[in-house]
Design a binder for this molecule. Structure first.
Ligand code: GAR
Length: 194
């Protein structure tokens, strides 16, 4: 079985990226991580990926005058690495419709809420403020509208009495790190050849 060449885009600490890299060490996993790209050169995740022997690139949005030029640099890097699937893992830039059209149905994102609830930022804080009983995380396909694409997989994380943003986000993160490798495997295994 051909393993689908996958890029991971990050901006920070990279725990979800690390979970995907770990899963893809198994030769029977249907995706291989070919490159990790960060828009923040100092992102901790880049060090983790390098230590795991993965090709890394820092493409800083700050160096480019427009979003179009920044995205062109990423597209060039993806093309050079012959990438078939893209996983956003804590990548904190909103991709343009034009960028997304190059990888229609091939860009995944992980989001720390049970979408469609709590799109955007501060998801844990908002869930606690609303007093919801169930929170969690979602892996979904990326479409131009933020956090609105078709859901691939979700994990529910119950909110406990006395939860703070820190305790709740820590439990959701554990669920994220488990969910993302399962979701990528599902998509990679069913992807039509390019
Ligand atoms: C994760 O909680 C992820 O769901 C969130 O950023 C964190 C990245 O952590 N993503 C978003 O909020 C995207 N809108 P990580 O760098 O340890 O994977």
């Amino acid at each position: 079985m051909a393993r689908r060449r996958t890029a991971i885009l990050i901006s920070g600490r990279g725990t979800n990226m690390a979970a995907l890299i770990e899963a893809a060490r198994d030769p029977s996993y249907p995706a291989e991580i070919a490159v990790v790209i960060s828009n923040i050169a100092s992102a901790k995740g880049l060090e983790i990926a390098e230590a795991a022997g993965i090709k890394t690139l820092a493409i800083s949005n700050k160096y480019y005058s427009t979003k179009t030029v920044f995205e062109e640099q990423i597209l060039k890097a993806l093309s050079e690495s012959r990438i078939e699937l893209v996983c956003l893992a804590g990548f904190m830039r909103v991709l343009s419709a034009s960028f997304i059209s190059h990888f229609e149905g091939r860009i995944l994102n992980i989001h720390p809420s049970l979408l469609p609830a709590y799109r955007g930022l501060d998801t844990h804080k908002r869930a606690l403020a609303d007093g919801v009983k169930d929170h969690g995380c979602t892996v979904h396909f990326v479409v131009p509208e933020l956090d609105a694409g078709p859901v691939i997989a979700q994990a529910i994380v119950p909110v406990l009495d006395g939860d703070t943003e820190e305790t709740l986000s820590a439990r959701v993160l554990i669920a994220e790190n488990r969910l993302y490798p399962e979701a990528l495997a599902k998509v990679a295994a069913s992807l039509a050849p390019l």
